[in-house]
Design a protein. Structure first.
Length: 557
């Protein structure tokens, strides 16, 4: 017996009709002199889609699907329709340059599904989230600690869906700013979504919420960041800014496809966190004096090294602020510009060709005295930066290495001649950030035998003991409202450096290892990060476990 599957037959008929319609539209495109487009294979730009409201789009079979620099791509079913002409003319009067494409009804309906994702979002300019001064002030007044943020988010989650989405992003971002979080992590699981803040370099759980709210939040973040709403299987990066009083705080968005949905990370580039004077970075007295001398030299290179998030950019900004004066020209090439310095020419790299390499080449044509290159990533940038330091420029830059000694082998690995390195580099600096113990709740404690042995072994390597406390007394984190019950509040740098001197120059020319270079620099008497860190531990600035979290206390590199 042959069974007849009616649903399957209907699907086949629908598919044949769809193909037939697409073929008809392709043929008509030649008649109208327009390009044919199938929107089922095309990304729909939310910012373009919202330029024509949903009802108008459906009534007149028209949909805007792409927008770049006010150049607008519009799909239409009938370009001769009088109402379509009126809509296009109206868009032209607003400064857009429309290009029409012929599309089928099915194709347009596919694009119009995007309106659902826009329905709970504000008509906000992509890239700029407007938070009124009054609103942010009110949020900051309410937020004294992380539990206050949780209360506010719970209040918003209790609202109706349409009201909820209009406030939840503001509360999440404002809460992060109020608690000095550097990043916001929104991570979907199978049945819930987790929100975490990175406070003083450590991720802290804030709250979990429902998938429905997450989907609305995801759409809004994508719109604000200029990302594609319908791209769900590829990573996307964007940015938007939050305006608070006169300050613009940039937020970088990273969207990554995960096991259950897209993971969102918002990195908050708060100028307040970057603007730290050189004297408050945590640099030990001897090294501070050396650096103040080195950054005022007319030429040469100063390199800061360390992993991402170790405070390298903050250190470079502190150097620039220290030496800035009306009689010198300073140019920076950054990605991104995190803090605006008056009187300094700051430029930002982009995806359209203005790389660190191109920026450095362009900067040299501007007759600078000092150049800051955000990062040396390749051999060409390294070569030009080194040559610039040899031709009358003072160059500041960063490298990703683990130690001050590691900068030299890294440059050799990038193809820089070892003999040129010794002429170009004035000093290399390595750093990490450790959390500071909360002044309101930290507790003194006696060291265990194991801790005492560990501290004594590091102290035994210090020759200049002028900054070393006489007694071994440790401190531990307790936790209170002031520090969100973490026991830590704020961060400080631990540093090490290698100056260029005769002993170091001789070793560099032999293509040395990190350890050989560090050994050659011992007579300089500059603390290593282990030594600097242990002194901060004994002075009650941080704890031994926190120092051990950031650097290896067992072995000197």
């Amino acid at each position: 017996m042959i069974s007849f599957d009616e649903d399957k037959q209907k699907q086949k008929v629908a598919e044949l009709l769809r193909k037939e319609e697409e073929e008809v539209m392709q043929a008509l495109s030649q008649k109208f002199g327009l390009e044919y487009i199938d929107l089922s294979n095309t990304s729909i730009d939310g910012d373009a889609l919202r330029l024509i409201d949903e009802q108008t789009s459906r009534d007149n079979k028209i949909a805007a699907f792409d927008l770049v620099d006010r150049k607008l791509k519009i799909a239409v079913r009938n370009p001769e329709d009088e109402q379509v002409k009126v809509i296009v003319k109206n868009l032209e009067s607003k400064g857009y340059t429309p290009t029409l494409y012929l599309a089928s009804t099915t194709s347009l309906e596919r694009a119009q599904k995007g309106y659902k994702e826009l329905s709970y979002t504000f008509e906000t300019k992509a890239g700029s989230l407007e938070i009124s001064n009054q609103e942010i002030v009110e949020v900051i007044k309410k937020v004294r600690a992380l539990p206050d943020v949780i209360v506010l988010i719970k209040e918003v989650l209790a609202l109706k869906k349409s009201a909820r989405i209009s406030r939840i992003l503001e509360i999440v971002v404002a809460g992060a700013l109020a608690t000095d979080a550097s990043d916001v992590h929104i991570e979907p699981e199978e049945s819930y979504v987790r929100l975490r803040y990175r406070l003083d370099g450590v991720l802290i759980d804030v709250i979990t919420f429902d998938i429905e709210t997450y989907l609305l939040l995801l759409s809004r973040i994508k719109l604000l960041s200029g990302l594609k709403l319908n791209i769900k299987k590829d990573a996307q990066d964007g940015r938007f800014s939050v305006k608070i009083e006169a300050a613009d705080i940039e937020i970088r968005t990273s969207i990554l496809p995960g096991a259950y949905n897209e993971s969102i990370v918002l990195r908050i580039l708060n100028p307040k966190a970057i603007a730290v004077p050189m004297e408050e970075l945590g640099i030990q007295k001897k090294l501070l004096g050396i650096l103040e001398h080195e950054i005022r030299k007319p030429n040469g290179m100063i390199l800061t090294t360390g992993p991402t998030g170790s405070g390298k950019t903050t250190t470079l900004y502190a150097f620039l602020k220290k030496i800035h004066s009306p009689d010198i020209k300073i140019i920076t090439i950054e990605d991104p510009i995190e803090y605006h310095l008056p009187g300094i020419v700051q430029t930002q790299t982009n995806e359209k060709g203005y790389t660190f390499l191109e920026g450095l080449r362009s900067a040299l044509r501007q007759d600078p005295d000092v150049i800051m290159v955000g990062e040396i990533r390749d051999s060409e940038t390294a070569g030009i930066a080194i040559n610039s330091s040899l031709t009358g420029h003072l160059v500041f830059s960063t490298l990703h290495t683990n130690s001050a000694a590691g900068a030299f082998p890294r440059l050799i690995d990038l193809g820089v001649n070892s003999k040129i390195i010794t002429s170009a580099i004035n000093i290399t600096l390595a750093q990490r950030l450790v959390r500071k113990l909360c002044a309101a709740c930290k507790k003194e404690k006696s060291p265990t035998p194991e801790e005492q042995q560990k501290v004594a072994s590091i102290l035994g390597t210090i020759h200049d003991r002028s900054e070393v406390p006489t007694s071994i007394q440790l401190w531990e984190a307790a936790g209170c409202d002031a520090c969100n019950h973490t026991g830590y509040k704020g961060r400080i740098g631990i540093y090490e450096a290698i100056l260029k001197d005769k002993a170091v120059e001789e070793v560099i020319e032999m293509n040395p290892s990190d350890r050989e270079l560090a050994k050659a620099a011992i007579p300089q008497g500059i603390y290593t990060m282990r030594q600097d860190g242990i002194i901060k531990v004994l002075n009650g600035v941080t704890s031994l476990p926190e120092l051990g979290r950031v650097i290896d206390l067992e072995n000197e590199v």
